[in-house]
Design a protein. Structure first.
Length: 208
């Protein structure tokens, strides 16, 4: 199967991105409705729950670790989700708003990828706009990871201040993913390759 052009890998990926675009769009619309309802509707009794990321510090006197070959071993940090019923209030509205922003950001990224693969499926890899789109995607991956880190910290900090459990301590964590930033940097390098390819293609067309 060829990589570029019609009935190629690029055209297949474009079809997947088209379907993903519609899924994210529908999700964004539903979340927007939920955001509007969060200001007026009391969700208690409706079985609506939130599941948010949390980090746990275990009490070693309760959750000790035993080993025949090691001494003084302990579990330092455990990551998971805390699920709890939704209640009308500022925290729920802010949380939904943050998720709406995430979906809007994701929709924009998918739109950029769709445009890139649309030109690839048309056999035009070095279209003038592709380098710009890929560069924006690289910066978006880096910015998105920074934003995700802040959102996760906000959620985990809130949970650490409002929930307790026997033998457990809820702690606020940033959970920064370095590999995502490195991926963004790689995408920025790829965008320069596309930019140079577009420049060479323009020069060749002028020469002809």
């Amino acid at each position: 199967m060829k990589a570029l052009g019609r009935r190629s890998i690029a055209s297949f990926v474009k079809g997947v991105l088209d379907a993903l675009w519609w899924m994210v769009s529908i999700g964004l619309a539903l979340l927007t409705v939920l955001l509007l309802c969060s200001f007026f509707v009391d969700f208690r009794g409706n079985n609506l729950t939130l599941s948010l990321p949390i980090a746990l510090q275990l009490d070693t006197s309760v959750h000790g670790v035993n080993s025949s070959s090691q001494t003084d071993a302990q579990i330092e940090k455990v990551h998971g989700n805390l699920k709890f019923p939704v209640r009308k209030g500022a925290f729920f509205s802010v949380s939904v708003f943050l998720v709406v922003l995430m979906f809007a950001f994701l929709l924009w990224m998918v739109s950029q990828l769709r445009n890139v693969f649309r030109s690839l499926s048309a056999g035009l890899p070095f279209a003038a706009d592709n380098a710009r789109r890929i560069r924006w995607l690289g910066m978006a991956v880096i910015a998105g990871e920074l934003a995700r880190t802040l959102v996760v910290y906000f959620w985990s900090f809130y949970l650490s201040q409002h929930f307790t459990a026997n033998g457990l301590s809820f702690i606020a964590v940033a959970d920064f993913n370095v590999s995502a930033v490195l991926s963004g940097l790689v995408i920025l390098v790829i965008s320069e390759v596309f930019r140079e390819g577009a420049r060479l293609q323009d020069e060749q067309s002028l020469t002809i």
